[in-house]
Design a protein around this ligand. Structure first.
Ligand SMILES: [Mg+2]
Length: 221
């Protein structure tokens, strides 16, 4: 591989898109009833930040926010709290692809760039399902750094990738960005990075063929 540094997207690239929609979101929704009656101080403090007129029907209100995919900052914090507990108690493990685990462990310089928060990214890579056992793997020691929308900006803007290069202290030509999203690859290549389009099971068909080189298996990298 000519690029010394890897910058990896998460959903649709190192783990199935379905993990978020079919595992993380239902896990949170299932915990909402016990959450609103938990009496846990950290949770109580968050709940009081929801609008005053919703305090009588918090459970319904929270589930409605989830259903409508509303980007509510309090909801995000609550979800982060619930998922952290789920990961720590072994109820959730991240289904990172076997060849992605191997790629990350191979010892190159690996960075992550995802729209999920850095905190959520660290939880995910700290609690990966071992494909060969029911144990969990901690991939965090193999990851040099994490970037999200707050640290670096939108994934579809070239400026975000320039910011990331600056933070890495790297030249664009040394970095390979892998993502399943062509708009993200457009932005990364505008910033001069090398790119590969991830085509993995469960991904939506590629919308347009912009000629990006495709990768289906990371063991060849
Ligand atoms: Mg993706």
């Amino acid at each position: 591989m000519s690029s010394r540094v890897l910058l990896l997207d998460i959903e649709g690239t190192v783990c199935p898109i379905a993990f978020v929609k079919e595992v993380l979101f239902p896990f949170f929704s299932g915990k909402v009833p016990s959450l609103v009656s938990s009496g846990e101080p950290a949770v109580e403090e968050l709940l009081t930040q929801f609008p005053q007129d919703k305090q009588q029907c918090l459970q319904e209100y929270i589930l409605e926010l989830v259903d409508r995919d509303i980007k509510d900052p309090v909801l995000k914090q609550l979800q982060g709290h619930v998922w952290a507990q789920g990961y720590e108690q072994g109820e959730i493990k991240a289904p990172v692809y076997r060849d992605a685990i191997e790629l990350i462990r191979r010892g190159g310089e690996v960075y992550i760039y995802s729209s999920g928060s850095v905190k959520a990214q660290k939880l995910l890579f700290g609690h990966v399902a071992d494909p060969d056992s029911d144990r969990r793997l901690d991939l965090q020691p193999f990851i040099r750094g994490y970037f999200d929308i707050n640290t670096s900006g939108k994934k579809t803007e070239a400026e975000s990738y320039r910011r990331i290069l600056k933070d890495m202290g790297r030249e664009a030509r040394d970095v390979l960005f892998i993502s399943d999203n062509e708009l993200e690859l457009d932005a990364a290549s505008e910033a001069g990075l090398n790119t590969l389009l991830a085509v993995r099971p469960g991904n939506a068909p590629i919308s347009s063929n912009k000629g990006y080189e495709i990768v289906k298996d990371y063991s060849a990298l």
